[in-house]
Design a protein around this ligand. Structure first.
Ligand SMILES: [Fe+2]
Ligand SMILES: [Fe+2]
Length: 217
């Protein structure tokens, strides 16, 4: 299915791409804060080091995006409100380690970056360049999440492992619904930068199935 559908008006494009860049940067900053908080309670040194590296990566992504947005010149006011950010922080803060791994890496990191990756081919050269380093780091984060989750699940009794795996799609559906409940108008933003929202959702769903298969393998 082709992601790119209709020719775009330049004003609409810039405005909406600007909003998507702000949103991506907000999410990265939140992930940075959430992962920093998690270091102390992480179960072992390997996990602490991975979280610490991710904090550094996300900090770099925020910096890169901020510099690019300054040059891009569109509005930099937040897309998510402070209370929506607080809800996300609260959600992650409360999670046990396994659930943290599933929500952070399978949902936010893997599916979030899949959405961003799908708009790269539609983006102007400067925006595309600004996404290069962040998207390549996100793959590292997803790889850590998947391998760590597999290791943790392998240590559980079979029925617990199966139950946890069976519950992941529902976790993803719940988080996605909560995100859409924020009413940020992301479908329109994606359409305005030239994406077919239906094709984008299909790509994200394919990615979801892939990561679920990888964790269960
Ligand atoms: Fe990032
Ligand atoms: Fe990341």
């Amino acid at each position: 299915m082709k992601i790119h559908t209709q020719p775009r008006s330049d004003d609409n494009y810039r405005e909406s791409m600007g909003r998507l860049l702000v949103l991506y940067t907000q999410v990265d900053r939140l992930i940075m804060e959430i992962c920093a908080e998690r270091i102390e309670s992480a179960p072992d040194l390997e996990a602490k080091l991975a979280l610490g590296k991710q904090v550094g990566d996300e900090s770099r992504h925020v910096m890169i995006q901020r510099h690019w947005m300054e040059r891009f010149g569109t509005a930099t006011s937040p897309v998510m409100s402070a209370s929506q950010e607080a809800m996300i922080r609260h959600h992650f803060r409360e999670l046990p380690w396994l659930e943290f791994l599933a929500d952070m890496y399978l949902c936010v990191e893997a599916l979030g970056s899949e959405a961003v990756e799908n708009i790269v081919p539609l983006a102007d050269p400067g925006t595309r360049e600004s996404l290069h380093v962040p998207l390549s780091d996100e793959q590292d984060h997803v790889a850590f999440g998947i391998s760590r989750l597999k290791t943790e699940l392998a240590q559980l009794p079979v029925d617990e492992r199966e139950a946890f795996l069976a519950g992941i799609p529902q976790r993803i559906t719940g988080l996605t619904a909560a995100f859409h409940g924020f009413g940020l108008g992301v479908a329109e933003l994606f359409e305005n930068v030239g994406a077919s929202y239906a094709a984008l959702c299909a790509a994200v769903n394919r990615r979801r199935d892939e990561v679920l298969e990888q964790v269960a393998a």
